[in-house]
Write a protein that binds this ligand. Structure first.
Ligand SMILES: [Mg+2]
Length: 245
């Protein structure tokens, strides 16, 4: 029986990546670094999950000097995180269509809500605060809580552990192939909601692929899959499918 929904954050709850990109570029400039990430480059760099990991990869790939130490990257990342939070607090984000509706429906139906994300916990807190009022999330698994980030399954396994539920009782929501692989690796059924930076798939292994979760004003488009997973009844149906095979 379906008992919980587990959400990715960036690209799934909200289109956050442009704010992240702007915050990275601000932090680079403030640190006197001649780094600028445009949209095309950032789309490539998003293949690396985790902000610190992304900066380390970029530095290694470009061979830019002076090389930053892990400690310097951590400091730079902390500054970026603060700049991102400031932008979110200033009202720079909205939840994606259908997110608020589905969270409310899930709570009403007695389902638990969880987050499993590679983004830092302060980023999650800033988004949830800016989007308030929202139903409370029972579990938030975020950032450096696990060593191996997505596409490794660890962060979803951490969320399942904290929920005290088996994967068969939950459905994950993701927007990228890395996220989908992470959820599937944890044994979860996964609905993909396509996003600006999340790629176009084909998202093999997803239970369904949709444009977004949809609501009355903004109907979702089903791109691939057996059902339009907009409501709790659809999700219960997907969950029952999971048990059968
Ligand atoms: Mg995402």
């Amino acid at each position: 029986m379906l008992q919980a929904l587990i959400f990715d954050v960036d690209g799934t709850l909200a289109e956050t990546e442009e704010l992240h990109r702007a915050a990275f570029n601000e932090a680079f400039a403030a640190a006197g670094l001649d780094w600028q990430w445009d949209q095309a480059l950032y789309a490539e760099l998003l293949a690396v999950t985790g902000g610190k990991e992304r900066m380390a990869y970029f530095q290694q790939r470009t061979g830019l000097t002076p090389a930053l130490s892990p400690a310097e990257i951590a400091t730079l990342h902390a500054d970026k995180t603060a700049r991102y939070a400031a932008r979110v607090n200033a009202g720079g984000l909205e939840l994606r269509p259908g997110v608020r509706r589905l969270l409310a429906e899930a709570t009403h139906a007695g389902l638990k809500l969880a987050i499993a994300t590679t983004t830092s916990r302060p980023n999650v807190d800033a988004l949830l605060k800016a989007a308030a009022p929202l139903p409370a999330f029972d579990v938030i698994a975020a950032g450096d809580e696990v060593a191996a980030k997505k596409p490794a399954p660890d962060i979803f396994l951490a969320a399942l552990r904290d929920l005290g539920l088996p994967a068969s009782a939950c459905i994950a929501f993701e927007d990228t192939a890395n996220g989908l692989a992470s959820a599937r690796g944890a044994g979860l059924r996964c609905v993909v909601t396509c996003s600006a930076y999340g790629g176009t798939g084909p998202f093999a292994g997803a239970s369904a692929v949709v444009s977004h979760l949809g609501d009355a004003d903004t109907p979702a488009t089903l791109l691939n899959g057996p059902a339009l997973p907009c409501g709790i009844a659809d999700l219960r149906w997907l969950s029952a499918l999971a048990k059968e095979g």
